[in-house]
Write a protein of this length. Sequence first.
Lengths: 284, 489
Amino acid sequence: MRFRAKIVDLASLNHFSRVINTIAKLAKTCTLRLTASRLYFILSDKVANGGIGMWCELCQGNFFDEFQMEGVAAEHNEIYLELVPENLSRALKTAQSAKAVKIKLTNKHCPCLRVAVELPSLSSSSRIVTHDIPVGVIPRRLWNDFREPSVPDFDVSIYLPMLKTMKTVVEKMKNLSNSLVIEANFHGEMNLKIETDLVSVTTHFKDLGNPPWASEDGCQSSGQGRDLESMAEARIDIKKLLQLLAGQQVNPTEALCNIVSKRVVHFILLHEDVSLQYFIPALT
Amino acid sequence: MAVAAKGQGRLQEHLVEGSFQNKDFVRLKRRKQCLPPHHKFSLKCTGNVQCFLLSYSGENAVNHFFFKLKCILHCFLFLLVFGRAIHAIARISDEFWFDPVEKGLALRSVNSSRSAYAYVFFSSMFFQHYCWTAAAQPCQKEKQLSLSCKLIIKSVLPVFRCVNTLERNVEKCSIYTNINDHHITFQLLCRHGVVKTYNLTFQECDPLQAVFAKHLCPNILKVHSRLLADVMIHFPTSQEEVTLAVTPMKVCFKSYTEEDTDFSKTMLTEIQLHPDEFDYFQVGVDSEVTFCLKELRGLLAFSEATSVPVSIHFDVSGKPIAFSIEDMVLEASFILATLSDVEKAPASQQPPCPSQLQESSKTHLGKSEKPSMGEDSNTEAAAPQEPQGNRSAPDTGSAKPLSPLGKHKNTPQVTRKAVTGTQGAALGEAEEHGLGREATASQYQKFHSLFFGAVSCKEREAFSHTFHSLATASDTEEDFGNMQSSQVF
């Protein structure tokens, strides 16, 4: 099992750092899956994670100038590692002016991702900063736990409002309640509601638009044989929603969510070269 | 405009008096005053400060001793530097010694496990106005009383809390002592006429001073603080200990790991530098020293404020490492103990062969002087005591038994240093306190402690500190605008 990659371009490095920072805010520990062409940051929706699921996919060519990997076996040319994204985020944080960043899988005392940052210095030779991030190698028999989640059979699919606005609203609501109801309909309307003994607050968003999903069997397409105004709703943990919204460092090109009434809310955030899916289960 | 006047002895003096206005304007007034013998004062005014000083002193008619100190900080830069110094010292310990002497103001601090010592000295020239006065008893010659007191950092820190905004808001900061009720007053004159006064109680006691001969260190590095800060930023703020490894070819800072580190859980960081990056690079012996990073960060912030390069003096592992900065108006030293890898014996065993451990620590024993611990001048033991902890007397003669390692520290590292004032044993009562408290600082298990001696005090004598200070004197100090000569004392 081998892996080595290199980033030389500063813009790509910053972009990659931002992605890692977002992941670090969403999960304490997650799985990194490496294939020849892509990287995935996965959080499988186990009870241990609070039922949260995350799937983040990057195309390696958009970030790395060099990328070589050799999986566990020829027919399973993939590597699954368990790591703490916060460590990776920290290693890259101080690499903002780096000449080059190399990432390598090593096994000195234990399996590690070695991040070597070459920084410019006053003398002729550069300064090298090395971070050894411990990782766990996930054996092949457990790979099934990390399959890509399928898009759930949703009741409503709607574009999200400006994430910044949504974040501000949810942030204020967090002070009043632990859970929040998110509801939306096919008319482009979404409401965020909280209710306590003393107060109930609802924020209404209008004209958001609904994404057109290719209908496989006709029943998911917007509007057909469906009451446009009826809301699908789910009550979710406010903190988890805030984690998602607060972690966004760059505005996505597309942001939408799918609501399965009383079951789960599925968020999809698409950037140019990164896609992030986040599942928040409904509270019982 | 620069004004300077110096006075000494019985001569009639010209006192220059002025008032400080916010702007560049000074009123001078001359006044003659007879000064008591043995009294020295000096007035200086640095170039960019537009004001001057004034000074007065005297004795009261009934032969009371009094002591007064006043130093005034002005100039935005200076306030920032002073504030940073307090913050740096705060990282070492909860209390510090505030020790004004004729030449300037010394701040000292020691951490509870005696493995870190900070010393910052501001010469009188650092201050816009520094007035250290003392009156001597008529029958004693050349004796000057001095004040050395201990303050709680937590009380002082709020005064300089937001160091960066201090410069914008504070126009002047004055520090006065009032022996009578054991108070030191910090007064900040801020914008819009706001005056903040902090009266802090102090405890009188003799300060400690670490014994460390920098010039004996084979390895010396000198570098701008910016570089050190750039290096340390790569370590997480929670990183406690850092190892500095040098060879003549390279310098490496890395996270400290011990044998039982769980590598699968810890992220390790290592920074490699080329000797060319240092302003001065001398490596006499390859070494790897491990010291506490947290304690150092304060000094780094402080030295960045002063823009003075940092010198690092160190030796092999086990010997202390000193980070110091020095320029015309101030100097600072942070001396940190380093981990030693001499002890191979695990903690549970009986004390290792005393001679073996003593070997490592005795390499630099001074010939004659015995370093001593003088915390309270009264509690000096006359003879070497049985160490409860496991410090052996630095005496080459005695081989003190070492208690089981456990949580105690090893034999101290000592280098020679003249300690004139207090002599005595290696251990004073104070040690016990230090060791007792150490039980909680388990990360310093293997740190060698520093040796401490009482501050050499040619001028200090042990007389009772019964000062009377005149209330009027303190009051009139406050308004600089209309300086009347202080009442006849």
